[in-house]
Design a protein around this ligand. Structure first.
Ligand code: NIG
Ligand code: FE
Length: 413
């Protein structure tokens, strides 16, 4: 049993500390871990006699994955662009020709709420089947008042309709939509729509916990991002950023300056950015699925970030344009082979450090007394086999708040 216990975010050498308990067991009551230790210790508890037992047969148990960066709600894949990319077109070239994010925006605006919800429900079942128990979800394929509110409303409804916890993020500043693009003052008018029309409505009924901006060439500048994130904070949304993905813009240091919850992507960071992140509480979230899908050779400098002492986390970035995967085990495999992270480091990055990225470190991300009983059980002999066997799913059971939500036994513990 990998407990990931400990109250601080994992930096440097501590990233590989999994807090392993051999032949471990947990006592769960009302979805919360009441006690944890070896099987012998748990068996000796008076409560153990009346407790319902779930034997996972000596398999590897870890905290459910926390996927801290997804674009859950979208209408369709962009398989047509996949072929263009393989033929050599870059992500930005495709976007300039009206493909990319704007392509997904067109599709989302044309989709009904019911269709979007159905697609999200199928995805969420798969997230659970791969061991994820909490995920962040961003809006950002609506980019008008009605469509953005529709997406954020779906996050809320989905939270009530299925067992995974969804953390809602407003990404109205994904790109400037077509109707504002290339027009004089178009970007300014769109920012005004975000900060004056959308944010008050989101803030009023708390539809989002975080505000995100895609700060990059072809999206928003550092100055624009700063204004948007500051406005978001006024409406109760904490900042996080898509930073230094395609070009270096200074977004990572802006994130540190604004005390952002996380800066995500970071392929293009320089030494000063790494040093600034290392000194901060802003989580450095790496998304190797993007570079893999886009066929890019240059991954984020994970080793330098870890060695400098940054809080490194991993997420899928599940989205139709750059990372169409919802498999955290696949992300762990990429983290090991491409980011040169050790399996233990990758697991800590995908659980406890990701919980910090979502401000939920007191409730999830490790197996400790008082935390939610969110577990992933893998059919492997050794935890290192989770990333080692890539492209197959060895998640044998997933438990959310003490209830089996994926696996052989669809019954409460
Ligand atoms: O995280 N970079 C910006 N946003 C997404 C891609 C969105 C898309 O292409 O649809 C990302 O990579
Ligand atoms: Fe993203």
């Amino acid at each position: 049993m990998l407990t990931l216990r400990g109250s601080d975010p994992r930096r440097g050498d501590s990233l590989s500390n999994l807090g392993i308990v051999k032949d471990g067991a947990l006592l769960v009551r009302d979805g919360v871990i009441e006690d944890i230790g070896t099987r012998a210790e748990m068996d000796a508890l008076p409560e153990a006699r009346s407790a319902q037992k779930l034997d996972v047969g000596g398999r590897v148990v870890l905290p459910g994955f926390v996927d801290s960066h997804t674009h859950l709600i979208h209408a369709a894949s962009r398989a047509e662009e996949y072929e263009l990319k393989i033929e050599g077109a870059s992500y930005e070239e495709i976007a300039r020709k009206g493909g990319g994010i704007l392509n997904s925006v067109k599709k989302l605006r044309a989709a009904t709420s019911a269709a979007l919800k159905k697609r999200a429900h199928s995805a969420l079942k798969l997230f659970a089947a791969y061991g994820t128990t909490t995920l962040e979800a961003k809006s950002g394929y609506g980019l008008d008042v009605a469509s953005e509110l529709k997406i954020l409303g779906l996050h809320k409804e989905l939270n009530l309709e299925q067992p995974l916890e969804i953390v809602s993020t407003f990404l109205g500043a994904h790109v400037v939509p077509a109707e504002f693009r290339g027009k004089t003052g178009g970007t300014e008018r769109y920012i005004k729509l975000l900060t004056e029309s959308l944010m008050p409505r989101i803030g009023e009924i708390r539809l989002a916990e975080f505000c995100d901006v895609f700060c990059d060439r072809g999206a928003f500048t550092r100055e624009e991002s700063k204004r948007i994130l500051q406005a978001g904070r006024q409406w109760g949304m904490l900042p996080r950023l898509h930073a230094e993905q395609l070009t270096r813009t200074g977004a990572a240091q802006l994130g540190v300056q604004l005390k952002a919850a996380s800066c995500d992507h970071l392929e293009k960071v320089n030494r000063a950015d790494i040093a600034a992140l290392a000194k901060s509480h802003t989580v450095a979230t790496l998304l190797p699925g993007c570079d893999f899908h886009l066929g890019l050779k240059e991954y984020a400098p994970a080793r330098a970030l870890i060695e400098a002492g940054a809080i490194v986390s991993l997420a899928t970035d599940y989205n139709p344009g750059t990372s169409p995967t919802l498999s955290m085990p696949m992300i762990l495999s990429l983290a090991c082979t491409q980011l040169r992270m050790k399996p233990a480091e990758a697991i800590a990055a995908a659980t406890i450090n990701a919980a910090f990225a979502l401000g939920r470190e007191k409730r999830i991300g490790s197996l400790e007394v008082g935390k939610q009983a969110d577990l992933a059980v893998f059919e492997v002999a050794d935890y290192r086999e989770i990333p080692y066997y890539f492209g197959v799913n060895h998640c044998w059971m997933t438990v959310k708040r003490g209830r089996v939500i994926h696996g052989i036994e669809q019954a409460p513990i």
